[in-house]
Design a protein around this ligand. Structure first.
Ligand code: 86X
Length: 961
């Protein structure tokens, strides 16, 4: 069954995202063929085999060699990437006359004279300009390709004989953002079907001929002729095959109960039920990223659609399998499914092997069409999808998505006897424990303890339930709600003041950077390039020159530095900007810690001497330490990055590092770079020194991001939620009136409220950030939980007893300590307490950090300590090679252990175990965090802990974020 022919394939999308601000995709339809999608559709229509790769625009044939991967299909190995030229006879006065598209072997030099000679015309041939190109063929410069001929039959097709004779051709299908391999003969067949015939040009030595060919003879062509005529009638009288070795597509039909392998198979069946659908090809994507990748459908009947998400599950008790198709926007809980289905236990995710075995799909490719392969799997359909009427799902592969009417989908499934169970997730789960909780208002606390095994869930709940973060439809991007943004404002205000005192000035440089400028420092940008996001369109028009969104601003700022700096009197130049940054990361995103857009400051200074720059680097590093320790109460270690970990564009990277003890992961908190003269040489930033010599400046750059906030949350939070150090708490004291029913009767309610507002005023007067929570729809207990979750450092309770005794009761968030104070002189006591809490939090965190720093003297010791979640200090040779070796050792050992654990887990599964977070072990390894600035002495003749070289430095190691 698996040997079945697959008609087309897509390859993994290259890591660069084509980023477009335009939401409108229906371009002005001047030409029959406008886009990659339309071209691929055409090929699929004609059942032609091809393979596509997505990539950044490729400038030259030379570059294409590096960027394009070998085709997967062995049939496409003998291929050629031709040069395509749009040519105009400039003497031809007919606007549609004298137009040519030449597809030529890049290794040959072809002169216009030669072409003219072959065509037996006068040599008035020139390259057509870009405007004419767009007008006549609907493609932009760099995207000239033979498919474009379909757009204008007046353009003559000149085909180099060498290309004609090469088996496989590689073409940008209308846009230079992807490349497509297909049989040259297939291309000619397709073009011919659209009325485009080639003139074969023989540019070989001594040859100057052209001939109009009818059809290219290709041995392999005889067979695929079949594909031209699919025979729907065939289903009426199914032919029985005795176990065919290689069943042809056409044989797929219901009676044979063949397996549905890919979308072509699905399509055949859709035709049978007369279904309407619209397909979009997009390369391989994970479900999470689909919302960013899917374009709105073209057909208006599909406009209002639900993006489907699929879950394949198994109920162990009854050994039933389920496929749930639900609205991707809503998270569905297993308990909700079991509640609606009346199951005794929550269903579990079905594993990959069963998925493949039962439905012939790979993990990540679950989709409702797969039910056709296994009608015994029960189909659960989210009511929202049924009500909306249109759904978008993967059709048997993860490289495309199809919009289809739900009614059509159901019609098709019905043919196989599959009926959906409609799931209404808007109904509430009525569980016992939930009923009990109904007495408390709607907000539940953090449901996961702050422990290693569920740390990510704990973190996610803490930052959302405390109202710091909200999720957003674009993966890796988050909303900073006021509770979080105010913390950022405290951080920015603090740091901004420090650098201004140092003479740094703020400025603002543009968000966009041209390709040309970005590539000016190609060397170090190269490694980062998959992360660069590009704007490629305005409205529906492609920009002639795509522009990048700043991933950092060196290339934006330094050209100006070169203009502004002339003499030593212009130095030092110290600028800083507060901006957002976009880096299209592919690793697991985590709010604050790793996000695709983030906020930061970036400082860039230029100095006359190395030493002056070095001083600046360390001054800023001290400021960073102060931000963390003074404001966030997070202890950090200052150090220097190893050769492997430093910013490759600079001379030296200094850093502050800390550890999240719960998970034993090191985290880089901020960096300050000594750039040496690398950038000044690249950008020509020179000055005339006092001795009149011309010199390159010495530069620094440094950045601090919103990661600060995430680190503070991770370090201080507890089982009840956030714990905020007073200096970044938007509210430092929450005042909660305690009003009992009898207080209302006795007329004490207003007395309590009046008094508490007086207290509030005096605290506010003293500069303490505070608030009275006088909401009368919530009880005091609920309010305690709410403000604990939000991490407010001090809770002030005030009820009738306190009123009588003219005192207040305070409760500290960090250590739960309770304190009584008289109302008289309260401000001073609260001020002192806030200072005390701030200091105590730092002190406790320091104790914790110090406790997890351990010494290791060998690889084995290091590894053991890594698994014990420690930060490890070793004496080290400070060579890249050694760091690589240690990394490799840790990774390999971890992978081995993980594999053994998995086996163990499988065994235990029978006895029913707890669900744990899936951790992608391949992302975890140990690396050096830094070589601390504070270095103890290293004994003479001391060897490196790992290799045989002499030890040079103390260095810290750890797993990292
Ligand atoms: C390195 C270096 C440096 C100024 C800082 O760390 C502080 C503030 N910049 C940043 N870096 C890149 O240069 C970079 C470049 C590109 Cl093109 C990218 F996509 C991502 C990057 N990430 C980091």
């Amino acid at each position: 069954m698996f040997k079945k022919l697959i008609n087309f394939k897509f390859k993994t999308i290259s890591q660069t995202i084509k980023f477009s601000y335009s939401l409108i995709t229906n371009m002005d339809k001047k030409f029959p063929l406008n886009s990659v999608e339309e071209t691929l559709e055409l090929l699929k229509d004609q059942k032609l085999k091809f393979e596509v790769q997505y990539h950044d625009p490729i400038d030259t044939i030379e570059a294409s060699k590096n960027i394009l991967k070998k085709p997967l299909d062995s049939d496409f190995q003998k291929n050629i990437f031709p040069v395509n030229k749009f040519i105009k006879d400039k003497k031809d006065k007919d606007p549609d006359g004298g137009l040519y598209l030449l597809v030529q072997d890049p290794s040959q030099k072809v002169e216009f004279k030669q072409i003219a000679q072959i065509l037996k015309i006068k040599d008035n041939l020139r390259l057509g300009d870009k405007d004419l190109l767009y007008e006549k063929l609907g493609v932009t410069q760099g995207s000239v390709n033979p498919f474009a001929l379909i757009n204008n039959l007046k353009v003559k097709f000149l085909l180099d004989k060498t290309i004609y004779e090469t088996d496989t051709i590689c073409i940008h299908p209308m846009k230079n953002v992807s490349s497509l391999y297909m049989k040259t003969a297939d291309l000619l067949k397709l073009l011919k079907s659209r009325g485009v015939e080639p003139i074969i040009m023989d540019f070989g030595p001594g040859n100057s001929t052209a001939c109009h060919k009818e059809e290219k003879q290709n041995k392999k062509q005889e067979k695929p002729e079949k594909h031209d005529k699919p025979e729907p009638e065939k289903h009426d009288k199914p032919e029985k095959h005795d176990k065919p070795e290689k069943p042809e597509k056409e044989e797929i039909n219901l009676e044979n109960n063949n397996i549905v392998m890919n979308f072509s198979d699905v399509e055949k069946l859709l035709v049978k039920v007369d279904a309407k659908y619209e397909i979009q090809s997009h390369g391989k994507v994970i479900e999470k990223d689909l919302p960013n990748i899917i374009h709105p459908p073209k057909a208006s009947e599909f406009t209002n659609f639900v993006l489907g998400s699929n879950k394949f599950m198994r109920d162990k008790k009854s050994n039933s399998f389920y496929l749930l198709l639900h609205d991707a926007k809503h998270k569905v809980e297993y308990k909700h499914i079991s509640y609606l289905l009346g199951l005794k236990e929550n269903p579990k995710l079905g594993d990959k092997e069963i998925l493949k075995e039962k439905m012939n799909i790979v993990d990540g490719g679950v989709n409702p069409f797969a039910l056709l392969n296994s009608p015994s799997v029960k189909f659960l359909l989210d009511k929202v999808i049924l009500d909306t009427g249109v759904v978008c799902v993967h059709p048997m592969d993860v490289c495309s998505s199809v919009f289809i009417k739900v009614s059509d989908l159901l019609k098709l499934l019905k043919l196989y006897g599959i009926e959906p169970v409609i799931m209404d997730f808007t109904t509430k789960v009525e569980h016992k424990e939930e009923v009990e909780e109904k007495n408390t208002p709607d907000k539940k606390g953090v449901e996961y303890p702050k422990e290693d095994k569920c740390f990510a869930k704990w973190y996610q709940q803490v930052i959302t339930k405390s109202e710091m973060i909200d999720y957003y439809e674009i993966s890796g991007c988050y909303i900073l709600r006021p509770w979080a943004y105010q913390m950022w404002e405290f951080i920015t205000a603090y740091f901004d003041k420090k650098i201004k005192e140092d003479g740094v000035e703020n400025a603002y440089f543009p968000l966009f950077v041209s390709k040309h400028a970005l590539e000016k420092e190609k060397e170090h940008v190269e490694g980062f390039s998959p992360e660069v996001a590009w704007v490629t369109k305005s409205g529906s028009k492609d920009l002639e020159n795509p522009i990048a969104i700043r991933p950092t601003s060196e290339t934006i700022m330094y050209p100006s530095y070169a203009n502004w700096i002339r003499s030593h009197r212009d130095l030092p130049l110290k600028l800083n900007q507060w901006t957002n940054i976009v880096r299209w990361e592919f690793k697991n995103p985590t709010p604050f810690i790793r996000t695709r857009e983030f906020l930061w400051q970036e400082g860039h200074t230029a100095h006359a001497t190395f030493e002056e720059a070095d001083k600046e680097v360390h001054l800023i590093l001290d400021f960073y330490k102060q931000v963390y320790e003074e404001l966030l109460a997070v202890p950090v270690i200052q150090g220097i990055k190893s050769e492997n970990e430093k910013f490759a564009g600079g001379f030296k990277t200094t850093t502050i590092e800390t550890m999240v003890p719960t998970i034993g992961k090191g985290i880089q908190c901020a960096t300050s770079h000594h750039l040496g003269q690398n950038f000044s040489k690249m950008f020509g930033i020179k000055f005339e020194s006092e001795n009149m010599t011309n010199e390159y400046v010495w530069q620094t750059s440094w950045g601090l991001t919103t990661r600060t906030i995430g680190v503070a949350v991770m370090v201080h939070g507890d089982n009840k939620g956030l714990v905020l150090p007073p200096r970044i708490a938007p509210i430092q004291v929450i005042l909660i009136p305690i009003i009992k029913t009898e207080d209302e009767k006795d007329g004490n309610k207003s007395k309590i409220l009046n008094q508490i507002f007086d207290i509030f005023k005096s605290l506010k007067q003293a500069g303490i950030r505070c608030k009275v929570d006088d909401r009368d729809n919530y009880g005091a207990g609920w309010k305690y939980n709410y403000w604990e979750m939000k991490g407010v450092p001090i809770r002030l309770e005030f009820g009738i007893n306190e009123l009588k005794q003219l005192k207040v009761q305070l409760c500290c968030r960090d250590n739960k300590e309770k304190l009584d104070f008289a109302i008289q002189g309260l401000e001073k006591n609260v001020e002192d307490l806030l200072v005390k809490i701030q200091a105590r939090m730092l002190e406790n965190a320091k104790v914790e950090l110090n406790a997890i720093i351990k010494l290791a003297n060998s690889n084995e010791e290091l590894f053991k300590l890594i698994t014990e979640k420690k930060m490890i200090k070793t004496m080290w040779c400070n060579t890249s090679q050694c760091e690589d070796n240690v990394k490799k050792m840790v990774k390999e050992t971890l992978v081995k252990i993980n594999e053994a654990n998995k086996l163990e887990k499988k065994k235990q599964e029978k006895s029913g175990n707890e669900e744990e977070e899936e951790v992608d072990i391949t992302e975890i390894t140990a690396k050096t965090l830094c070589m601390p600035l504070e270095q103890d002495t290293i004994p003479t003749n001391q060897k490196c802990f790992s290799c045989n070289l002499p030890a040079k430095k103390w260095v810290l190691w750890g797993k990292t974020y």
